[in-house]
Write a new protein. Structure first.
Length: 545
């Protein structure tokens, strides 16, 4: 009854999915049907894609299962993985403790009852372990559970299924591939967008009708593709009236995700400012609110959220949930954002934050990723493609940010401590389409940078540190890599030499500076391995030699 009463989802569109990441979009099926097939069999499901509605679907699924629940059936548990301390060991017990079950009750439930574990936010909790294995699920005398896990697809590597496939019963370290089922949530279709708007409009008084939204969405170039992401669609519908105001020719208007987030945050803070104006505040809060108004309420709110986002990345390596206890954490970095100070309390209440007990988080992971600038020098952002993409869009909009990122790269030439910031910066600039053709990049330190698709023709990269960099599909004609550190560099393909005749043998010189190729016609070609140019041809040798 508690979980049924807590469910609140005024707009819900049943998502479609495809079988796996590689499948084409012409193989779509209703996700709920797929999950019901899973519940009727012995398989596991992983869902995907950022902002695609995974958490919304998970909560809706739990609600549907509770509505249909009868005594003795599997108990549905929605589990927000980042909120747990040890999900890799005590998945069920930790969640039941949040509902105030006693130790004895939990032991009885784990031993005698069956569960459907709906685990949300695998990647956000920084997990790498197999929850099915580490929680000893479905082994003899152990917990009987069906396990569903959601994870953003941009955090999945080439062998992404390994942490999710259960172990075969009685066969240690042997995967049970037949117990794994996968589904990837796909973007909204035009029809789903229209249904969403129909459900959205009645939520509060509006001057626009569905036709107004659809006309604007279609008129703005490439905008329909952008809002196929459900969360971006939500932001768009809130921000669109302000975005198009005073712009008669929408065909020339270019709206990016960055603009949507910025407009939405401004709108959110504006709504809360008007709410606070109408409320009767105590004297201390009233004085604090007036001071924030004088100093710019929205700008203060944005700065507060930017600084909190930066601190989460700096102090928690991006783990999204902040647990704060005033008695335990009053001397920690958390106090700056969660103390009872009147100014901080007002800004926190007006921000895009949610709270459950002592746990605080942004209302959506993408808000944390994109609320503002992140300290590039604190951690590598290469594994955070959504952040890279949003910062790339900001670079395209703000030439000053581009200059700041170029300064990080320049600083790395003389300061090794700037290497992380420089690697992040050059990755973002490449994704923003910034050209480095002919640039003086001698001595830069950008280990691990993603330079794929970058333009580096004729660039001077002597003595640079490109260790582990990704140069797949990069333009590097006549680039100078003399004395450059290139261990583990990825080119996407191996360098090759083209010969007229078949190669029958080859050998490197002892010092590795030369390569000799024996050809079918009896010639031996000698290549300089520094630049792979042919230096000599030795003729008249037997092809049997």
């Amino acid at each position: 009854m508690q979980r049924l009463s807590e469910y609140e989802q005024p707009v819900y569109i049943p998502p479609m999915a495809k079988p796996n990441l590689q499948a084409k979009d012409d193989t779509l099926f209703p996700l709920m049907k797929k999950v019901k097939d899973f519940l009727a069999n012995d398989c596991q499901v992983i869902l995907g894609d950022s902002g695609a509605g995974k958490s919304t679907f998970n909560r809706h699924l739990e609600h549907e299962l509770w509505k249909a629940y009868s005594t003795g059936e599997r108990i549905p548990l929605f589990i927000n993985l980042p909120a747990l301390d040890r999900p890799e060991k005590e998945l069920i017990a930790e969640q039941l403790r949040t509902y105030m079950f006693s130790k004895e009750q939990i032991q009885e439930l784990e031993q005698y009852r069956q569960f459907v574990l709906i685990c949300d936010g695998y990647d956000e909790s920084q997990l790498t372990s197999n929850l099915h294995t580490t929680n000893l699920l479905n082994r003899s005398g152990k917990r009987d559970a069906k396990l569903l896990i959601t994870c953003r697809t941009q955090h999945l590597g080439p062998d992404y299924w390994i942490p999710f496939v259960p172990e075969a019963v009685g066969k240690y370290h042997q995967a049970a591939d037949d117990l794994f089922m996968e589904a990837v949530i796909t973007p909204f279709s035009k029809e789903q967008i229209e249904v969403y708007i129909e459900q959205y409009i009645p939520l509060e008084p509006r001057t626009w009708v569905k036709a107004d939204y659809m006309v604007k969405l279609k008129a703005i170039r490439n905008f329909m593709d952008l809002v196929k992401n459900p969360f971006l669609l939500t932001l768009c519908l809130e921000a669109l009236p302000n975005v198009v105001q005073g712009k008669p020719d929408l065909s020339k208007l270019r709206v990016t995700r960055v603009q949507l987030y910025d407009t939405f945050v401004q709108h959110w803070l504006g709504v809360n400012k008007r709410r606070l104006r109408k409320h009767k505040l105590d004297r201390e809060s009233h004085v604090a609110f007036e001071g924030l108004l004088d100093d710019g309420f929205e700008s203060n709110g944005i700065r507060f959220q930017q600084e909190l986002a930066a601190a989460i990345f700096r102090e928690q390596d991006g783990r999204p949930i902040v647990s704060y206890s005033q008695r335990r954490d009053e001397e920690s970095w958390k106090a700056s954002f969660f103390i009872s100070n009147a100014d901080i309390t007002i800004l926190r209440g007006a921000s895009l934050l949610s709270r459950i007990g002592t746990q605080h988080r942004f209302v959506h992971r993408s808000i944390l990723d994109n609320i503002g600038d992140h300290p590039l020098s604190q951690r590598s952002l290469i594994v955070e493609p959504s952040i890279i993409q949003f910062l790339a869009e900001r670079v395209q909009m703000d030439s000053r940010l581009r200059q700041q990122f170029l300064a990080f790269i320049e600083q790395s030439k003389t300061d090794d401590r700037a290497a992380c910031a420089a690697a992040n910066a050059i990755t973002i600039l490449v994704k923003a389409g910034v050209s480095f053709i002919g640039s003086d990049l001698r001595g830069i330190r950008v280990p691990g940078a993603d330079l794929s698709g970058g333009q580096f023709d004729s660039a001077q990269l002597q003595e640079a540190d490109l260790t582990g960099a990704n140069l797949t599909r990069s333009w590097i004609r006549q680039a100078n890599f003399s004395k450059t550190r290139m261990e583990d560099v990825k080119f996407g393909e191996l360098p090759y030499l083209e010969e007229v005749n078949a190669v029958t043998s080859m050998a490197y010189s002892v010092d590795g500076k030369f390569l000799a190729l024996g050809l079918e016609d009896g010639n031996i070609n000698i290549y300089d391995t520094a630049n792979w140019t042919k230096t000599r041809t030795l003729e008249g040798h037997s092809k049997q030699v």
